[in-house]
Structures are given as C-alpha cells and as structure tokens.
Write a protein that binds this ligand. Structure first.
Ligand SMILES: Nc1ncnc2c1ncn2[C@@H]1O[C@H](COP(=O)(O)OP(=O)(O)OP(=O)(O)O)[C@@H](O)[C@H]1O
Ligand SMILES: [Mg+2]
Length: 247
C-alpha cells in the first residue's frame, strides 16, 4: 500500500439476506484528507463506516489499515484498531450517568497511562476546542443536542486517532449548531486529521471536505475532489448535489 494511503477499501460486498447493500465498494483514503460520503438513504453509508471498524463483516473484499486486512481480524485485535480509528455516532453516544469531563476522560483512563493531571489538561484543551469550556460537570441530559454531538465528537477524538469516521454528525442540528460542529471538524482537520464524513448536508461537506465519494447501487459511483463534483455535468451527480436524488 502506498505510504500516503491511510486506509484502503478493496471491492467489498455485503448483503443482509436478500438485500445486497454493497456490490463492490472500493475507496482509498489519503493521509490528511477528509472525504465526504454521500448517497441516498439506505445506500449503505453507515454499513460502510461500521464495516471499517469491524461492527459489520463484509461478505467479501478487504479493508487495509497499517498493513492489516481489518475484515480478517478477531474481535480482540479490533479493539486495538478502534483506538486508532475514531467513530462519531450520530447521537453522540455519551454515557448518561457520567459528567461531560468524565465522558471525555474515559477513553484516556481506559487506554492510556496518562496521569490524572495530564488527563485533566487534555480534557480542558478538548472542551476549549469544542466551545464547551466550563461545561465539565454537566450531565448529557443537561446539554443541548448540539452540545451532545460536539461532546460525542470530542470523546471519539480525544485519543487522537489516525482516522476519524463521522456518521451524520450534523443530522438534526439547527444552522447555528451545524456551523459550530463544522468549525470544530475544521479545527481537527487543521491538525492533520484523516477521515470520512457521512452526511446529507451537502453544503457543509463542500465546505470542509477535500473529496466526495458518492455511493449508488452498491458501488462508489464517483470519487472526485469537491471542485470536480461541483462542476460535474453528470446528470446523477448534478441531481444529487442539487438535492433531488436523496428524497
Ligand atoms: N443489521 C442489519 N440487518 C439488516 N439490514 C440492515 C442492517 N443494517 C443495515 N441494513 C440495511 O442495509 C441498507 C443500508 O443501510 P445503511 O444504514 O448503511 O444506510 P445509509 O446509507 O446509512 O442510510 P441513511 O442515510 O438513511 O442513514 C438498508 O437497506 C438497511 O435496512
Ligand atoms: Mg446511515
């Protein structure tokens, strides 16, 4: 695998019973690049993201990361991978009974040897990054939806994973909170983050992503820079970008 490639998906297929979701998906993630993943509802975006971290097993094909095919790893070896590939769930997935600071500190306490002082420092830095300074002691149910999502993103990224997978991080957010979350993602990107950003929010993806991958009929229909996608004369890409195809 070329050294600038962080992750490579090779021809994966996946069916649930009669339903063939992926028929041959291939995608290369270059280091430092954020790829927007588009596709109509039910085209298999979430299944693709879940396959990368081993929550789904493709029926065939390979997913290469750091010299290993992730589709062949045992559950135990996948745990180590999940430290290096962060996953931002749509609902934030915070622990309800833990304060914001304990939620953020949790991965550091579980997976690192950092001292409590170092953990506190990292939590503070992260809270500043997501515009939630001073929210340390709040419980998830005391947060707005936007704050919950940003805190979920912070928890998924606090171990500074090599790759971050976002599954519709802006779904259900109002424009102000969408902008905040997008700004937070941009800050992570400036630190060199590599990632996949699944979204139906095309303007947000155009703003922060380097490339766009479009899923259609179980395959990647297009994988191009944002500029090329924007200017494409392909009628499916055009209708999708203009919002007509994902109804
Ligand atoms: N565990 C499962 N068992 C059976 N079918 C599943 C399972 N997970 C996903 N599917 C099916 O696979 C297809 C793709 O689902 P997926 O959630 O990846 O779509 P999506 O592109 O993320 O859609 P959306 O934009 O609505 O989130 C759907 O038809 C869904 O019903
Ligand atoms: Mg989905």
């Amino acid at each position: 695998m070329e050294t600038n490639v962080a992750l490579e998906i090779r021809n994966i297929a996946k069916a649930f019973g009669e339903k063939q979701v992926h028929t041959g998906v291939s995608l290369k993630l270059t280091r430092g690049e954020l790829v927007g993943l588009f596709g109509g509802s039910g085209t298999g975006k979430s299944v693709l993201i879940r396959s990368i971290i081993g929550l789904e097993r493709p029926d065939s094909g390979e997913i290469w990361f750091e010299g290993q095919d992730l589709t062949k790893l045992s559950e135990r070896n996948l745990t180590a991978i999940r430290r290096k590939i962060g996953f931002v769930f749509q609902n934030g997935a915070l622990f309800d009974s833990m304060s914001v600071e304990d939620n953020l500190a949790y991965p550091l306490r579980e997976h690192t040897q950092l001292s409590e002082l170092e953990i506190q420092e990292r939590v503070e830095r992260m809270l500043t990054l997501i515009d939630m300074k001073g929210s340390n002691l709040l419980l998830p149910n005391e947060l707005s939806g936007g704050m919950q999502k940003r805190a979920g993103m912070a928890r998924a990224t606090i171990l500074e994973p090599e790759i971050i997978l976002f599954d519709e991080p802006t779904a259900g957010l109002d424009p102000v909170n969408t902008k905040r979350l997008v700004d937070n993602v941009r800050k992570l990107k400036e630190k060199g983050m590599t990632g996949i950003f699944v979204t139906h929010d095309i303007p947000a993806a155009f703003e922060i992503c380097d490339k766009i991958a479009l899923l259609k009929d179980g395959k990647i229909y297009a994988f191009e820079t944002v500029d090329v996608i924007r200017r494409s004369t392909d009628s499916f890409i055009q209708s999708f970008v203009q919002g007509a195809a994902h109804k």
